[in-house]
Design a protein around this ligand. Sequence first.
Ligand SMILES: C[S@@+](CC[C@H](N)C(=O)[O-])C[C@H]1O[C@@H](n2cnc3c(N)ncnc32)[C@H](O)[C@@H]1O
Length: 375
Amino acid sequence: MINTYFATVARGLEEIAAKELEFLGATMVKPDFTGVYFQGNKELLYRVNLWSRIIFRVLVPLQTIKSYNSEQLSKNIKKIDWSKYLQTQQTFAVNCTGKNDNLNHTHFTALQIKNAIVEQQQERLNTRSNIDTKNPDIIINAHIKNDNCTISLDSSGDSLHRRGYRPAMGLAPLKETLAAALLEMADWQPNLPFLDPMCGSGILAIEAAMKGLNIAPGLYRNKFSFQNWLDFEPAIYDRIVSEAKKQQLTQLKSPIFASDKERGIIEQARSNVTACGLDQDIKLSQINLDKIEAPTSEGIIICNPPYGKRVGNNQELGALYKLLGDTLKQKFKGWTAYILTGNKELSKQIGLRTARRIKVYNGSLLCTLLKYELY
Ligand SMILES: C[S@@+](CC[C@H](N)C(=O)[O-])C[C@H]1O[C@@H](n2cnc3c(N)ncnc32)[C@H](O)[C@@H]1O
């Protein structure tokens, strides 16, 4: 059976996510604001959760109901037969986004929906599900827009950017989904060496290695929410998991390097690299930028130096950006570099000709990914 799905994604990554979904086999792919609609069968739903590097979660829309105010919302929630999706021995949580004039507090709207669901269970079955906001079996997503509320099941559970491997966070870590998207924006292909000379928690190098070794990021997770659904088909899921394991490569085509000036930070990066079994694949070292040498004659650099809003202060940072520009120019001829920064003034200190500027949101911060051809 073909269903319509909605993949949620960080602002600005809709088009890249749409390409990834098409690559995974989705049809009728339609990017929207912070999400992408697509169609496919149950197997595709499982595959997208297991393989996507870019999206946060996949929602399965059930119904759009009228929700002018809380009374209408409750009445219409109770018209849905919840026994099809939630058993009374299962726990659940309701997440709500959006608002209208009467339903203008997402927390309260979620509570209204939760109450209506358990009232239906009490009336029909004389017992009810418990709420678990931390680790629920079933997650219901409600999105209010004007007088409508779209009710969906969340198939992913924990956001897919939490790959399940990262205990150590560095100073200002990128989300794994953003790191994977930056690799796509830079058009990094596994046959090119990769270097992040300011690697922090090592996320960019780890995402590059996972892509280079064709590792499905979902393999690091314990569970997806769809595994608790009544219609879950373990045979399909087990097959795509074992196919994913078989498709994994044992060796990278080109080396992946990551370094940082701080010993403690490199130790954190190492613990992350170890947690995902990539010790043999990522060459980590503690090096200050002023001592770094190009490890190969060509390759792609992607890095995000501190940009003042979260880490560091502007005067010192100006000197750091200048050092970065000088280092790239003098030592990395033949390479292409991408620098993500949220500070235009600092980026001027790099002093190199920009080949391309790509707008990127890092959380809510509008940043630019600057491309430099080094020759
Ligand atoms: C914003 S963080 C990078 C975060 C990283 N992308 C992540 O996802 O965890 C910037 C990093 O640059 C490093 N750094 C600052 N100055 C440096 C220098 N002179 N040489 C090498 N690394 C430096 C810091 O130690 C910090 O870990």
